[in-house]
Design a protein around this ligand. Structure first.
Ligand SMILES: CCCCCCCCCCCCC/C=C/C(=O)SCCNC(=O)CCNC(=O)[C@H](O)C(C)(C)COP(=O)(O)OP(=O)(O)OC[C@H]1O[C@@H](n2cnc3c(N)ncnc32)[C@H](O)[C@@H]1OP(=O)(O)O
Length: 394
């Protein structure tokens, strides 16, 4: 079982960039997540297992395996960026550099997990041990279970309101990848505890202490683009079970789900202007389309927080349930849906989503490049420092 150690750093001034000095005592939290340390032996076994896979996992997974292997053996991407026409090397370089400063041990663990999920899904049906689908790889920030034809990805940092740190972004991508290939018919994302998710973990900004702010912003933009890309491309019905308040990226990505069921005590908040940032998750396109340009403006620019019923009235939420019966009603319904023919559901989603998949990827790329600049702005720095110094809450 993975272990996590929270190491509080010492209070010190944090000067994020030479251009700007903020004399600001900041308690700098270093969360060094001691992911379960896959041993060197596990890593070598996983490398051998890759060669024994019965079915080609596809280019995207092979790129991920390449990047995780390089990160685990060499650390952060340390080679010059290939030329624009060297497409394969550039794709490999992009995927590796997107891992940023992911620790070697974590990359090694993620590699082992990915291979184990590939090998269990590539086994012929006759060979899968009973209940094997209920033995998901060890995730640090998620609990992933698969039964009744439904793979449930539960965000599991309840003491931090399920804020998404870098590890969670990577693990959600891995879990979606595994879910796209397992024998489930529907995939659900939900939260553990009283929050669905409070969005981006703002301590992600404290990595800037390492000094390479521009590089961190670039790698973060690649990470975000890959993360949102997984939602755009996910092939099965993807349902959000919003168990409580949702903030930021956990709200914007709802526009890429196929259905959103919410408890009536949830709220939906996208405080991007407050944070000196800008919309992501393709919400700059999906929200105006879902709820009208002016309603999208109220959320994305003015930061208006919606109740569940308002979000439902505006089309972001499919249906709202009383909190007392929410889980029972929603899971009864989802188990019934999961009995439907899987290929028909997958193909129908393809017919619906393919019309704008390319457009969504283009919008995602544009949003990430704008955010890359926003993250380096004074407005963003000050807003994040205010939160981290506990001066302001949303
Ligand atoms: C140089 C470039 C760097 C870029 C870095 C980028 C990262 C990677 C790329 C991905 C980027 C995606 C873009 C996404 C954008 C967004 O999601 S914007 C929204 C971000 N979220 C917030 O601003 C919410 C901040 N949290 C709050 O306002 C409040 O916590 C709350 C959610 C309103 C809940 O308040 P309350 O009920 O009073 O509980 P708290 O005591 O505040 O929280 C309990 C503990 O949880 C911690 N926590 C909660 N939310 C976050 C968070 N988002 N980030 C970090 N920590 C969070 C909170 O600090 C408490 O912790 P302790 O004090 O240790 O108990």
């Amino acid at each position: 079982v993975a272990m996590a150690h929270l190491v509080a750093g010492l209070a010190r001034c944090w000067c994020p960039s030479p251009l700007q000095v903020i004399n600001f005592p900041v308690v700098q939290l270093h969360m060094s997540l001691m992911a379960m340390r896959a041993s060197q032996k596990d890593f070598e076994n996983a490398m051998n297992q890759v060669k024994l896979l019965k079915k080609d996992p596809g280019n995207e997974v092979k790129l991920k395996l390449y990047a995780l292997y390089k990160q685990a053996t060499e650390g952060p991407c340390n080679t010059p960026k290939p030329g624009v026409f060297d497409l394969i090397s550039k794709a490999k370089w992009d995927t590796w550099s997107a891992l940023g400063s992911l620790p070697k041990e974590t990359a090694r663990q993620n590699y082992v997990d990915l291979v184990s999920s590939l090998s269990s899904s590539s086994k012929s049906s006759g060979q899968v041990e009973p209940g094997a689908d209920r033995k998901p790889p060890g995730y640090e920030t998620l609990v992933v279970t698969s039964e009744d034809g439904i793979t449930k990805i539960m965000l599991n940092r309840p003491t931090k309101k399920n804020a998404m740190n870098r590890q969670m972004y990577h693990e959600i991508m891995l879990a979606l990848e595994a879910a796209s290939k397992d024998d489930s018919r529907i995939t659900v994302i939900t939260g553990n505890g009283d929050y669905y998710s409070s969005g981006n973990d703002l301590t992600n900004f404290t990595d800037m202490a390492s000094g390479k702010v521009e590089e961190l912003a670039k790698n973060s933009a690649i990470l975000l683009r890959n993360f949102v890309g997984c939602f755009i491309d996910f092939p099965k019905p993807l349902v959000a079970v919003v168990n409580g308040p949702a903030v930021g990226i956990s709200v914007t990505t709802l526009g890429l789900f196929d259905a959103v069921y919410s408890t009536d005590r949830a709220t939906f908040h996208t405080p991007f202007s407050h944070l000196g940032q800008s919309p992501e998750g393709c919400s700059s396109y999906t929200f105006p389309r879902i709820m009208s340009p002016s309603k999208a403006t109220e959320m994305l620019i003015f930061g208006k927080k919606l109740t569940a019923r308002e979000a439902c009235a505006q089309g972001l939420v499919t249906e709202v349930f009383p909190d007392s019966t929410f889980q029972k009603e929603v899971w009864t319904r989802l188990k019934a849906y999961a009995k439907l023919p899987p290929n028909a559901m997958r193909i129908s989603k393809e017919v619906i989503r393919n019309k704008e998949k390319e457009k969504l990827h283009a919008i995602n790329a544009e949003e990430c490049s704008v955010l890359q600049e926003r993250w380096l702005s004074d407005e963003c720095m000050n807003a994040v420092m205010n939160f981290l110094s506990r001066k302001a809450k949303l």
